[in-house]
Each structure stands twice: as C-alpha cells, then as structure tokens.
Design a binder for this molecule. Structure first.
Ligand SMILES: C[S@@+](CC[C@H](N)C(=O)[O-])C[C@H]1O[C@@H](n2cnc3c(N)ncnc32)[C@H](O)[C@@H]1O
Length: 279
C-alpha cells in the first residue's frame, strides 16, 4: 500500500533535490561570467546595470537573476527592482579566500555528471577508474574545493597542532607535501616560511605542471620544487615534516608513506596527516 502522505513528502524532497541539481549549471554560469563578483563589487543593481557591468545579454540575465533570487542565492527588492548579493551569500559565491567559498564544490558536482559513464562502466566488474583518467576539470575542481580550507587553517591551525613544528619551519626545515595535487598547500606553506624548502610530490604529471605554474604565479619558486613521484618511492630523504593533505581516502598511499619514512610523530586530522620528527 502506498502511503499518500509519505509519497508527498518524498516528492517534496525529490523536487528540492532536482532544484539543487538544476542550480549547479546556473551557479557555474554566474561564476564563469563574473556575475557574483560584479554584484559583490558594485552592490545592488537592476538587470540592465548588471548586464552592462558584466557584458552579458539583458534578456538572458533576467532569467538567471530570477532563478537566483527564487533560490535565495541573491536577494531582490521589488520596490527598487534591484538584485543584491547578501554578505553571507558573497562568502559562498564571490570571496575566494572565505572559509566557506563553495565554487569548487559546484565544479565537482559537474565532474560527477561528466564521469557517470566511466563509473557506470566499472560497476559490473568492480574495477576502478584511474585517477589520471578523470576529465581534466576534475583536478582543478579538487584544488579549488580544498584551497579555502588551506588558506584559512593550514598555517594558523593545523601546523601549530604539532609541537615545535612552527619554530622549526621558521628556522628552516625540509618539508614534503605528498599527493600535493595542484600544490596550493605547498605554495601557502612556502609563502609563510621562506626559510624552509618544500617539495610537492604527486603521481599525476598534469597536476605537477599546474603546481609549478601556481608556484611561479605566487612567487615561491625559490623555496618550492614539484616532482612526479608516488608515496612509495619519492626519492628525497631526511625530511623534517611530511604532509599528506586531503588524500586520506587514498589509504594505500597513506600506508606507503608511513612505511617509507621512519616516524616519530603522526598528527591525523580530518583534512590530512602530518608526520614529523622530533630531532
Ligand atoms: C583528493 S586529491 C588532494 C590533492 C591536494 N592535496 C589538495 O588538497 O588539493 C589526492 C591527491 O593525491 C594524489 N595521490 C593519491 N595517491 C598517491 C600516491 N600513491 N602517490 C602520490 N600521489 C598520490 C592524487 O594524484 C591527488 O592529487
């Protein structure tokens, strides 16, 4: 027997889920065309003003804005006909250094749809999809998703959780960032601790290329190096600190690092693992 009340409740949930799914593409359009940033910069605007500021068609923009206001992503003042990006929404959509900047998560949702055929194909066999076979945007999305967390926590919270590590980094230490991806964590540490040397390793060559580009753009080529290498065989030794950020689901890699190094202390965090040596 179908329970009508339960069916209605479930349909409500489904419609809300589908609304969220439909918003992914529209939010990414707003990001790519600079619509959120324009509203953040200029304040409340009528459709025509935002269209001029962002260089887009007013006709399409009106539909986009209506969706955004209906979703509570923007606010709308009927008296002035102006749309605005409230401060809380700005933290999510426009301010890249905010701890709750979520554009990377929207990018990741797109990647899930794009990867559907690859993942579906391995369901019958139980096989895997190699990390390097994902669409190129996936790696950018991962990097963009994690970067705000590093920006707001890595140097101020996570590294100080290990006794004596900050002092050591200030004096000059040798650090590995294993599974560094696009290298944002490495670059941030290198900026904060110019006396220390940082080597980022990742087994994905294209991510290492991106990391080198970020290091150049951020002016830290002097104390960073990025190399293709696995957790099992990265060649350098005698690190003062080995970091493994946001790769905690890569269990085999984590175990490889622990086996590869002689360990005095391990600090495990929701976002990663830090290994360091007391002497
Ligand atoms: C979820 S991503 C995180 C990337 C980066 N740490 C960040 O936070 O943006 C995991 C990374 O670990 C790398 N990785 C996984 N297993 C690895 C292994 N055994 N050796 C080297 N890199 C590995 C992947 O290529 C990927 O870049």
């Amino acid at each position: 027997m179908v329970d009508d009340a339960k069916l209605h409740q479930f349909m409500g949930q489904m419609l809300s889920d589908l609304g969220g799914a439909a918003s992914v593409a529209l939010v990414r359009i707003g990001d790519a065309l600079g619509l959120y940033k324009a509203l953040h910069k200029h304040g409340p605007m009528i459709v025509g003003e935002l269209a001029a500021a962002a260089g887009v068609s007013e006709r399409y923009l009106r539909e986009w804005l209506s969706h955004q206001a209906a979703s509570n992503y923007l606010s709308y003042d009927a008296a002035t006909q102006k749309f605005a990006l409230p401060p809380e929404q700005a933290m999510v959509f426009a301010i890249e250094d905010s701890p709750v900047y979520m554009m990377g998560a929207f990018d990741l949702m797109t990647w899930m749809t794009e990867s559907k055929d690859q993942v579906q194909a391995v369901f019958p066999t139980g096989g895997g999809v190699p990390w390097s076979d994902h669409t190129s945007c996936f790696f950018c999305a991962v990097a963009r998703f994690f970067r705000p967390g590093y920006h707001n926590n890595l140097v101020s919270n996570w590294l100080p959780a290990l006794d004596g590590v900050i002092e050591k980094l200030q004096r000059g230490a040798k650090v590995a960032d294993v599974g560094c991806g696009h290298g944002w964590s490495t670059v941030l540490m290198a900026k904060a601790f110019p006396n220390s040397q940082f080597i980022g390793y990742d087994f994905h060559p294209s991510s290492i290329e991106h990391a080198r580009t970020h290091a150049r753009e951020q002016g830290v080529t002097g104390n960073t190096q990025f190399e293709v290498g696995t957790a099992k065989d990265y060649p350098e030794r005698d690190f003062d600190l080995v970091a493994f950020w946001n790769a905690r689901n890569h269990r085999a890699a984590k175990i490889d690092i622990l086996a590869h190094e002689r360990i005095d202390a391990v600090f495990e965090h929701r976002h990663g693992m830090l290994v360091h040596w007391a002497n």
